[in-house]
Design a protein around this ligand. Structure first.
Ligand code: GLU
Length: 380
């Protein structure tokens, strides 16, 4: 049984250079892109959040700058990206505008997803765009990323984005319709694999090494991306992007490979919060807040009576009331900020802190209760 596209609510689409850019002319394939925009609009109309991770900056820029074919030096590819990214972003914005969808450009470097503070910022901005129903169009910030601080390929970047934003599906459009038991170009007996339940060493061994000249990732980086995505609760699909309306093609049963996740993003995240983070502080909440939390609500500043510990935004903290520990979660404010807003209504946050922070002290997606006491039993 393979999943149906309708079931997903947050989808990251990765589109590689080889699909977007015509190799001989170094121009964008506009008709193909316009058709993909139709597919995106369809998903978006259904209410799904859509994010695009788009390559193509270097491939486009090198034509404009008339750089010779063959591998580029780092500074050359950075210069090419600086030039090409403008056209790339503009074109995405235009093709989506055609469907009344607003695009927002996000350029990320590795540190933006690996360092906690920057990660939280990147996540907050992306989430805000989605909340406003925009489609983030994301690429690596190639102009400033040097070798040591690169994702290097957009398969990996797309998987990081999917993890960061709690996507439930990652679609990698490729120039092949999925994973085969061996690279089909060299082995005519290679068989297509429609579903991968779990990425085992045997599966990894099936992914050869080769990458095409324009895109850096081969099947191996796609499997790496698959590991990241499935661990964090997203399914991943590798599909042939060369056809027109490639998403529609998947929906209509085109051959592709599904990598299935065992969990959903919220449970995966919660398992991580519950299991692997050392609490850096404690929030003492009042009885009303404790009841609300048990009923599944977020923790608002107004329900917090007292805080302890020198925690920072994004740290795990314990939540307790007079009867003991209720659970733990990731706090949305640094301790000094939290101190100023506890006991206050969320609408006052902006006036107190000087900026509009999150309404919740701990969002319910970031909160794990230690005893799942049902609301009725708690007397609510
Ligand atoms: N970020 C690169 C670009 O936009 C592409 C990297 C990749 O294709 O994996 O040109």
């Amino acid at each position: 049984m393979t999943p149906s596209l309708d079931q997903f609510r947050r989808v990251v689409l990765k589109v590689g250079s080889a699909l977007l850019v015509d190799r001989s002319q170094g121009r964008l394939k506009l008709a193909w892109l316009a058709a993909l925009a139709e597919d995106i609009a369809e998903l978006h109309r259904r209410g799904a959040d859509v994010l695009v991770v788009s390559s193509g900056a270097i491939a486009l820029g090198r034509t404009v700058l008339r750089l010779p074919p063959g591998p580029l030096r780092l500074e050359e590819s950075q210069a090419a990206a600086a030039v090409g990214q403008i056209a790339l972003a503009r074109t995405w914005s235009e093709v989506l505008a055609h469907h009344d969808i607003v695009a927002g450009q996000i350029l990320l470097t590795l540190a933006d997803t690996e360092e906690r503070r920057r990660y939280l910022n990147a996540r907050a901005t992306t989430a805000k765009l989605l909340e406003m129903r925009a489609v983030p169009v994301i690429n690596e910030n190639d102009t400033v990323a040097t070798t040591e601080i690169r994702y290097g390929d957009n398969d990996r970047l797309a998987a990081r984005v999917a993890t960061m934003i709690g996507a439930d599906l990652l679609v990698l459009f490729s120039d092949i319709d999925g994973l085969y038991t061996a690279p089909p170009a060299v082995d005519p007996a290679a068989e297509h694999i429609p579903v991968v339940e779990r990425i085992t060493p045997a599966i990894e061994a099936m992914a050869g090494g080769a990458a095409s000249e324009l895109s850096r990732g081969g099947m191996r980086t796609k499997i790496e991306a698959g590991k990241m995505a499935t661990v964090s609760g997203a399914h991943m699909v590798i599909a042939d992007g060369r056809v027109k309306n490639p998403l529609k093609a998947i929906a209509e049963g085109a051959r592709c490979t599904w990598f299935l996740t065992a969990s959903n993003p919220v449970t995966a995240r919660k398992a991580w919060i519950a299991g692997s983070l050392e609490p850096r502080g404690t929030l003492h909440v009042d009885a009303g807040a404790a009841r609300a939390l048990r009923a599944g609500a977020s923790l608002l500043p107004v329900g917090v009576r007292r805080i302890e510990g020198a925690f920072a935004r994004g740290d795990a903290v314990l939540v307790r009331d007079d009867n003991g520990v209720l659970g733990r979660g990731l706090v949305a404010y640094d301790a000094d900020e939290a101190q100023k807003i506890i006991g206050r209504a969320s609408r006052e946050i902006e006036a107190i802190l000087g900026y509009a922070g999150r309404a919740e002290m701990i969002h319910r997606d970031d909160l794990v209760l230690s005893v799942a006491a049902p609301a009725e039993a708690a007397g609510a």
